[in-house]
Ligand binder design. Sequence first.
Ligand SMILES: Cc1cn([C@H]2C[C@H](O)[C@@H](COP(=O)(O)OP(=O)(O)O[C@H]3O[C@H](C)C(=O)[C@H](O)[C@H]3O)O2)c(=O)[nH]c1=O
Length: 187
Amino acid sequence: MSARFTARETPLEGLFVVSRKTMSDERGFLSRLFCEADLAAFGWQGHLAQLNETGTLRKGTVRGMHFQRPPHAEIKLVTCTRGRILDVAVDIRQHSPTFLRHFAVELSEDNACSLLIPKGFAHGFQALTDDVRMIYAHSEPYAASSEGGLNPEDPALGIDWPLPVVNLSPRDGSHALLSQDYRGVAA
Ligand SMILES: Cc1cn([C@H]2C[C@H](O)[C@@H](COP(=O)(O)OP(=O)(O)O[C@H]3O[C@H](C)C(=O)[C@H](O)[C@H]3O)O2)c(=O)[nH]c1=O
């Protein structure tokens, strides 16, 4: 177990809530947001391929549910550095015993937690405050040709967003609802 990170399992195998140890002194603080070696204990594999920041202006905005298909399936470490969000990961691994089940956790600038999301999950979040900032560590580069998405308001996912959903992007809102024969992705 790393001195800088601890993690707790979730009901979805391979999905972890990671807590960061913040170093503080009279000047302020230092927080390690990512470390390949430390996070390998919780399933991170390979190098940091891409680091993204997103800003979300309005409370209630939902972004997601995004994933990348093989061969560009990715591990993601999702961190909120400003404001507060409800972060959600949906298990879409073919044959998973928790297929289509989701896990939700509040991430915020104050709780020093991140969600470590393995391959085979769709990810999304709702901003619970205005002016949210997120940092995404990706194990694979962005591959538009491999992008997939689920409709965050799909009853098959059963996600109970705490606020009325606003500002869904045309793309996110246009994903067809899942049919009975949806089988997920190879993971
Ligand atoms: C991920 C990515 C996207 N893009 C382009 C694609 C679109 O033209 C534009 C916005 O992307 P999109 O609306 O698909 O993504 P977000 O809603 O910002 O997605 C973010 O939030 C959700 C919840 C996630 O899980 C994604 O991993 C994270 O990227 O940026 C890039 O140019 N590079 C990239 O690495």
